[in-house]
Ligand binder design. Structure first.
Ligand SMILES: NC(=O)c1ccc[n+]([C@@H]2O[C@H](COP(=O)([O-])OP(=O)(O)OC[C@H]3O[C@@H](n4cnc5c(N)ncnc54)[C@H](OP(=O)(O)O)[C@@H]3O)[C@@H](O)[C@H]2O)c1
Length: 337
């Protein structure tokens, strides 16, 4: 019998790659999609199956992490073997503007999902998308033993979700795991996250459509990995004999400034001629350096990243150049990396 999985956040960067991975393994994938007045399924449109087809392997359901009853009903009906909680208000800067919403969806949403599993009485395994932002001000390298010191409403909400997950494992013997993922990017990364903002701007500057890119703190040090490799780590955590928490990172970090240098080099330009500072992109409290030690997941689950951030910067710029060229010539492209 093939397995089934429910993914919250299926329309996001990670949700789309995880869906591809699970479908390739023969899973039936159910995705939780929130209601929007415009289409929000662009990242998974290439996987879409008509609702009138029989035996679909990808099925989408309207629900929201703020609606606990809808999640109980969904879980009771679907009884998935695995649940991946990727849904969140996931933008750190935005969490300062919408702290209560972020706390509700990113923090309480996790508890609602855990409680929905318990209330529906189903036997399932759950993956919680925890974040390196939980470490915040704790000095690097950070691993599973590093104390949390979040520096944003987003980080605080993720700490709540992390401990709720640990608590349901300890209290109810639920197979519940936290993946503490460091930043991971791809051509499908949201356009307002700094790496994608840079790669899109490089493509547009190269095409003569834009001249200036406005950014905030260039000195932040981040450990950027490649999203398709990180969803493989999520899946491995749920296949292990025992539930546990793992850091997922490359261990190689750079500053935003270094990422800029690498990205602009793809088109032979100097970023200093195009980048200007805008204080609105700074955070009230910054996270200086996140560099992960992923030794545990390599030892226990055999997971190891292969794409480091300089390659990632090049890959993202090249993808955005191709996408823009296709857009300008009216061709259709699928972002399949
Ligand atoms: N990418 C990283 O570097 C990173 C690192 C550590 C942890 N994480 C966490 O990993 C998860 C996946 O990251 P990502 O980069 O794929 O994020 P993303 O692209 O921003 O996707 C977030 C997903 O959550 C959905 N969502 C937002 N609010 C919701 C709500 N109220 N109810 C249900 N769904 C809702 C979004 O739906 P719409 O498409 O409708 O907006 C989207 O599908 C997130 O929880 C994120 O916080 C990410």
């Amino acid at each position: 019998m093939s397995k089934s999985a429910l993914i919250t956040g299926i329309t996001g960067q990670d949700g789309s790659y995880l869906t591809e991975l699970l479908l390739s393994k023969g899973y039936t994938v159910h995705g939780l999609v929130r209601r929007s007045s415009s289409f929000n399924t662009g990242r998974i449109d290439h996987l879409y199956e008509d609702p009138h087809e029989e035996n679909r392997s990808l099925v989408l359901h309207h629900a929201d992490l703020s609606d606990g009853v809808a999640m109980v009903n969904l879980l009771r009906d679907l009884r998935p073997d695995e649940v991946y909680n990727l849904g969140a208000q996931s933008h750190v800067r935005v969490s300062f503007d919408s702290p209560l919403y972020t706390g509700d969806v990113t923090g309480m949403g996790t508890l609602r999902l855990l409680e929905a599993i318990r209330a529906s009485g189903i036997d399932t395994r759950i993956y919680q998308a925890s974040s390196s932002e939980m470490f915040g001000a704790a000095p690097p390298p950070q691993n599973e033993h590093t104390p949390f010191h979040p520096r944003s409403p987003y980080g605080c909400a993720k700490v709540f979700g992390y401990w709720a997950t640990v608590n349901y494992r300890e209290a109810y013997d639920l197979f519940a795991v936290n993946g503490i993922l460091f930043n991971h990017e791809s051509p499908r990364r949201g356009e307002t996250f700094v790496t994608r903002k840079i790669s899109r701007a490089v493509a547009r500057i190269h095409a003569g459509l834009q001249d200036t890119l406005y950014l905030g703190n260039l000195e932040a040090v981040r450990d950027w990995g490649y999203a398709p490799e990180y969803v493989e780590a999520m899946w491995r955590m749920l296949q292990h004999d025992t539930p546990d928490d793992y850091v997922v990172a490359t261990g190689e970090a750079g500053t935003v400034r270094a990422f800029l240098t690498e990205a602009f080099a793809v088109v032979g330009r100097d970023w200093r001629e195009h980048v200007e500072f805008d204080a609105k992109y700074e955070r009230p409290s910054e996270v200086d350096a996140l560099i992960g030690d992923a030794g545990k997941i390599e030892t226990v689950l055999g997971w190891k990243p292969t794409v480091l951030w300089p390659d990632l910067a090049r890959l993202m710029v090249q993808a955005d150049i191709s996408a823009l060229e296709a857009e300008l010539t009216g061709a259709t492209v699928r972002i399949d990396r």
